[in-house]
Design a protein around this ligand. Sequence first.
Ligand code: IPD
Ligand code: CA
Ligand code: CA
Ligand code: CA
Length: 269
Amino acid sequence: MTELNRNKIFSNAKQWILEAGKIIREKINDPLIVDTKSNANDLVTTMDKETEKFFVNKIKSEYPDHLLLSEEGFGDDVKSLDGTVWIVDPIDGTMNFVHQKRNFAISIGIYHDGVGEVGFIYNVMDDVLYSAIKGEGAYKNGAKIPNLEEHIEFNNAIIGLNHFWLCENRLVDEKVMQQLVRTVRGTRTYGSAALEFAYVAEGIIDGYLTMRLSPWDIAAGIIIVNEVGGVTTNVSGENVNMVETNSILVCHPSIQETIIKDYIVKGKK
Ligand code: IPD
Ligand code: CA
Ligand code: CA
Ligand code: CA
């Protein structure tokens, strides 16, 4: 991807994400149709679908040869990251959107031949836009986000994690995960994977641990976190496959090994 193309893609995507966010804010109190997908708590609304269609229309008219991998099924059937692929979550944190009308984001990661080039995470109700171009740093509303601190101690860390880790689960002994919760300084659950990535980049949490995420939940976040020196793998420390679901550990590099070796591997079922 040439620098010229990349800059143009960045400015188009930025304009579209801000526009989509504005529409959501304007309609935030309109009646919603809420449906369920895989289970009673897996929600989707008319707003998720309309927002996704908004991006499909914009991307396809400006870039007919680009592909779109997105959650609600209006994009393409993407099997590999060859060429330029836009990975879009129109609303990340649909449960928060429905129940709280805040704490949700639009996430867009743009990959070229498998390389993450441009990422955006937009906290819609707070009007806060996280962005990154590969190799050019990460930004929050246009201000550069500093690199992560050189070193942090695990017992001073704040970790984002879902409470399902503490219930009986298929991956890790919950007793071991309870020990993790007792060892770190604090834990948080925000309900939007994209925002949790953005918070790791900002350094307001030090890691985020989750059992199963889709490409659209993480595509932008990986690019943004990478720019400040954060690391993303699955919970076994392996590279993430961007066209499949993965478990995810995104964190400050100095606590990655501890989380994997002393907790995930130790408690592995
Ligand atoms: C969900 C959110 C949530 C995470 C789920 C995701 P959605 O995305 O990111 O925080 O725990 O695994 O599916 O469905 O609201 O776009
Ligand atoms: Ca969903
Ligand atoms: Ca999502
Ligand atoms: Ca979504």
